[in-house]
Design a protein. Structure first.
Length: 58
């Protein structure tokens, strides 16, 4: 019978886990960089300048 190995994981399991985590983190970063930032709202002065003035009351 083979003697049981110690409780530490084998080196290939550590390498596989590190590659898997690196891939997941890489996909998250890639997905985050692919999104476009939301358009910034126009300043209030520009909004007031471009809107029509209210109708005058007589």
């Amino acid at each position: 019978m083979k003697p049981q190995s110690s409780a530490s994981p084998r080196p290939w399991t550590f390498i596989a886990s590190a590659l898997f985590h690196a891939g997941v983190i890489g996909l998250l970063l890639w997905g985050g960089l692919q999104t476009t930032p939301p358009p910034s709202p126009a300043p209030l002065a520009l909004e007031l300048w471009t809107t029509a003035p209210p109708p005058r009351r007589r």
